[in-house]
Each structure stands twice: as C-alpha cells, then as structure tokens.
Design a protein around this ligand. Structure first.
Ligand code: HEM
Length: 129
C-alpha cells in the first residue's frame, strides 16, 4: 500500500529534485529547437545570466508544483507571460515538449496525466495575456 502510486507524491514520481532538474532543463532545451516556439526562447541565450535565472525558476516551479520541498522565487504565471500574447498553438507546443521529455525520462502514464492537469489548469494565466 505504501508504494501505491496514489500514496506517492508527484514530486517523488518525477524523480525528486534531481529528476525534476533534468526534466526542466530538457524541457527548456526542447523549446529552443521546437520550430513553433523557438523564436520565443532563443533570445534568452543573448543574456546567459537571465537564462540561468529563468532555468532556476522553471526548476523551482516544477518542484513546488509537484509537491516538493522548494519555494518558488519567480514571477506568478500571469506576470511572467504578460505582453507575450501567447496563442493556443504555442501553448500546445510547450505541453508537447513537456510530454516528450517525460516519455524520454520513462515517467509513468498516471504521472504524465497529473502533470498535464497542472499545466492545463494554468492555461488562462498565459494565453492571450
Ligand atoms: C503551462 C505552461 C507554462 C508554464 C508552467 C511556464 C512556466 C514558466 C516559468 C516558471 C517561467 C520563469 C518565470 C520567471 O523567471 O520569473 C517562464 C518564463 C517564460 N516563459 Fe513560460 N510557461 C508556460 C508556457 C509558456 C508558453 C506557451 C510560452 C511561449 C511559447 C512561454 C514562454 C516563456 C518565456 C519566453 C519565458 C521567459 C520570460 C523572461 O524572459 O523573463 N511559456 N515560464
């Protein structure tokens, strides 16, 4: 019973801090080469300090959002994406990249569904804002 998926936090199922750090890094790397959204992310490479900060925030966000022991120190999702006028297609591309990286890291189906539900719940904070 203790090892039942429902008893294990999403944070643990994603591999804890080390696993989530890898996942978050790979998601950002995937965005940088995804033809539909790379134009949004490639400019971050011009400012490595800022990119390092964004990477740190994305890692913290995943850890905190999955129930792990991490305070998120970045902007709220509306403030982080305001003025970008992100559309549905771009939002789906981000989700696609996340799901591919979860597959690559052998994350189970239930955990993928849990991540999808969290990302979906944030949709209105970043689309068209
Ligand atoms: C559910 C989906 C998403 C989540 C959870 C998410 C999460 C985040 C987080 C945590 C940050 C860091 C904020 C900070 O440093 O304070 C960030 C930044 C950013 N996001 Fe998203 N994001 C999502 C969707 C998108 C989409 C669809 C796009 C555009 C295609 C996008 C483009 C960006 C960019 C360009 C930045 C860097 C902003 C900056 O330079 O400060 N995000 N996102």
């Amino acid at each position: 019973m203790e090892n039942d998926a429902k008893q294990t936090s999403l944070y643990e199922r994603l591999g804890g801090t080390d696993g989530i750090t890898t996942i978050a890094e790979e998601v950002i790397d995937a965005h940088m080469v995804n033809p539909s959204i790379k134009a949004r992310f490639l400019p971050l490479k011009d400012n490595p300090e800022h990119l390092a900060e964004v990477r740190k925030h994305v890692i913290e966000f995943f850890i905190m959002g999955s129930g792990g022991p991490q305070q998120y120190s970045g902007k709220d999702m509306h403030s982080a994406h305001i003025g970008m006028n992100i559309n549905q297609g771009e939002y789906m591309s981000v989700i696609d990249d996340v799901m591919s990286v979860l597959d690559k890291n052998n994350i189970d189906e239930q955990s993928k569904k849990d991540v999808l539900a969290i990302l979906y719940s944030l949709k209105d904070q970043m689309i068209g804002v």
